[in-house]
Ligand binder design. Structure first.
Ligand SMILES: [Zn+2]
Ligand SMILES: [Zn+2]
Length: 222
């Protein structure tokens, strides 16, 4: 009976339901993880020296100071995110938060954590914003406040429905507004980076709100 119960309480992989060995993934799903590797300090482009911005970022510096990113957006990260975001699976959310927290340890000092906001209409539809969960895990780990209301986002078509970077930039520019005065080192937290247009638009609003240093942390890049 005791053996039966302990089997029942074992963690199962959020992707394939096999027994989980590493946090909420089984060994074979965890082995498929593709870390992003050496990348530009402000975008996901591969570079030989990660302390020097890539040519594109040198020519057009983004409005934030540093990007922290973990993985390529492919399996198993994709399945974990979809299960967290649309399936509301707690284990998947917990796994995603673990990845976010692990990434945040390379940040020297932080004053605030700001989760990427979603438009109010989408928040009502979905019932929760997964970036609050990720941001809260990081804020707790660093002992700093999570500012859920620091940014407000106007309703726009989802970036994923647009097929070019320039369309995404036009769509999102000016969508964010800072609702409170900020200062010091602020970390903006999101789940996935697509073109970087959303992160840039939100960072611009944080800068206008008074943030001195802005880091952007995303678990994965498309
Ligand atoms: Zn698995
Ligand atoms: Zn770059």
């Amino acid at each position: 009976m005791i053996q039966h119960l302990s089997a029942y309480f074992r963690r199962h992989c959020v992707v394939c339901q096999d027994i989980a060995d590493e946090q909420w993934l089984c060994r074979s799903c965890a082995a498929q993880l593709r870390p992003i590797g050496l990348h530009c300090p402000t975008c996901a482009s591969a570079v030989a020296d990660p302390t020097i911005p890539c040519g594109r970022c040198l020519a057009h510096p983004p409005p934030f100071d540093q990007l922290f990113i973990g993985y390529r957006y492919q399996e198993p990260v994709r399945s974990v995110l979809l299960a967290a975001k649309y399936g509301f699976q707690r284990a998947a959310l917990a796994q995603y938060a673990e990845w976010a927290k692990a990434l945040s340890w390379s940040i020297e000092a932080l004053d605030y954590v700001v989760p990427m906001p979603i438009a109010k209409r989408r928040l009502v539809q979905r019932g929760f914003n997964q970036t609050h969960y990720l941001g809260s895990a990081i804020a707790k780990a660093h002992g700093v406040p999570l500012l859920k209301q620091a940014l407000i986002k106007a309703s726009r078509p989802p970036q994923s429905t647009l097929d070019s970077d320039s369309a995404r930039r036009r769509n999102i520019a000016g969508a964010f507004r800072a609702r409170q005065k900020l200062s010091g080192r602020v970390l903006l937290v999101d789940d996935v980076l697509t073109s970087g247009a959303t992160a840039s638009a939100a960072a611009r609003a944080l800068r206008e709100g008074g943030a001195d240093w802005i880091g952007v942390l995303v678990v994965a890049a498309r």
